[in-house]
Write a protein that binds this ligand. Sequence first.
Ligand SMILES: [Zn+2]
Ligand SMILES: [Zn+2]
Length: 300
Amino acid sequence: MSSVQELFKVTFWGVRGSIPCPGAETVRYGGNTPCVEMQVGGKRLIFDGGTGLRVLGQSLMSQLPVECHVFFTHSHWDHIQGFPFFTPAFVPGNRFNIYGAVAPNGATIKQRHHDQMLHPNFPVPLQVMQADLKFYNIEPGKTLHLDSVAIDSAKLNHPGEAVGYRVSWRGRSVAYVTDTEHFPDRLDPNVVGLAQDADVLIIDAAYTDEEYHSPKTSKVGWGHSTWQEAVKVAKAAKVKKLVIFHHDPLHNDEFLDHIGEQVAAQFPNSTLAQEGKSIVLLPEDDKPTQNDSETVPVSA
Ligand SMILES: [Zn+2]
Ligand SMILES: [Zn+2]
């Protein structure tokens, strides 16, 4: 058994886009909004703080003190609403390094977290969080290094802008690309760049092509892509495993099963992100075969 230091483990705590949608119809894939944890090179990285972050926080409470690096794609509600309920942030002795790009209106990631916790919308201000919180403004396109872990980033096509990330470590790489809308006539070079030859591509595919182009309820300009476009990116970028993410709240488990079958018919090494599931990668230099990716349940 490899130690935690030698693994690259990706765990899905929230996979739903736009708004939480708990209930019997969504119980298998999950109703929490985006939060993906990556344990890599002895570091704990968290991508987005949707309502899935609350659940991750509860799991971290048995492992205190913790230090995490939390990366935000942007600050639409579905990506930040878990943060005020992230219990470890209220506990002294924990440390959270929080990263995000400055929004087009000039607001930093710190300002946006501060604002969402103000009266009368929320009763507990950011200052009440007793953990050591450090905020960093990132510049998309510049690589960030955390010891042996490299984090690349790029701007995505989304209302108000979003940032996609790619995490690389010892020959392995996982791209986290949400929320992003494809272009009508070409693949987004920023998306393909983040995804290029990645072991795992986690990508926004909220809609089907049919829904996206529906004459009555068109989703054009809403900032999200389709599973058909996700498959195009995965093929063009030669990714090894495709993970469909940011599921539309209107898509129940049965509908998502159906999407999963259609995606797999075009890209066999694919899956739909599912709350509570993990993907484990071993470092490339540790194992010569390619058959080292697996999906395993986690206790949460
Ligand atoms: Zn979103
Ligand atoms: Zn968004």
